[in-house]
Design a protein around this ligand. Structure first.
Ligand code: GAR
Length: 222
């Protein structure tokens, strides 16, 4: 079967984009990263994509002033020119309007550095530490008009350690993002994701009753 043509939208260093591109290096992976788009010409991830031989485009929101619709029309025309079938947001720091989200309904994913629906928005690691949660993580979800919402495809949980800083926690969470995003894109490209109400079910995945308990009881404790 032909591989699905995916675009990754970035605003910064693009480490999730790199994880998706690395997964797609395997010819058996069901999607190819056909395009990387940034809304910032100085996004470090653009050079990484170019070095991998991936087509890149800059759709500069500043050039469109406050006109979100014009920005999105330009973005859409770039995606169409490259015959894109799936859009992956990966650290893309622009809110998208319901118009654009509607065009990509069921075909656009986002990765968020928290266990949604906890800690939507920015500064998730600072807020997780401030809230005192013992378990934090990452989420890949379908994009809907409401920010950081939409059916959850996959989540990964990581422990919050006593000596964590926002940076050390971010470093643990980003590894989780890199694990789960390629899986989510794979499943979407294979047509294995089904949205049922607010949930997303995945064909052919094993359920596991493994618990992540943190902190763990010391030896001798029940
Ligand atoms: C990632 O942690 C991603 O989850 C986050 O930005 C980072 C981008 O890193 N996205 C958001 O906060 C969106 N709300 P990357 O450019 O190295 O992939």
């Amino acid at each position: 079967m032909a591989r699905k043509r995916a675009a990754v939208l970035i605003s910064g260093r693009g480490s999730n984009m790199t994880a998706l591109a690395a997964a797609a290096d395997d010819p058996a992976y069901p999607a190819e990263i056909a395009l990387v788009v940034s809304n910032r010409s100085d996004a470090a991830g653009l050079a990484v994509a170019r070095a991998r031989g991936i087509a890149t485009a800059v759709v500069d929101h500043a050039g469109h002033g406050k006109d979100r619709a014009a920005f999105e029309r330009t973005l859409q025309s770039v995606l169409e020119r490259h015959a894109i079938e799936i859009v992956c947001l990966a650290g893309f720091m622009r809110l998208l309007t319901p118009y654009f989200v509607g065009l990509w309904d069921g075909r656009m994913l986002n990765v968020h550095p928290a266990l949604l629906p906890a800690f939507k928005g920015l500064d998730t690691h600072e807020r997780a530490l401030a809230a005192g949660v013992r378990i934090h993580g990452a989420t890949v979800h379908f994009v809907v008009p409401e920010m950081d919402s939409g059916p959850i495809v996959i989540q990964a949980a990581v422990p919050v350690l006593d000596d964590d800083t926002p940076d050390s926690l971010a470093a643990r969470v980003i590894k989780a993002e890199h694990r789960i995003y390629p899986l989510a894109l794979q499943w979407l490209a294979q047509g294995r994701l089904h949205r049922v109400g607010g949930r997303c079910l995945v064909d052919g995945v094993a359920g596991a009753e493994t618990m992540l308990i943190h902190p763990q009881a010391g030896s001798g404790e029940k």
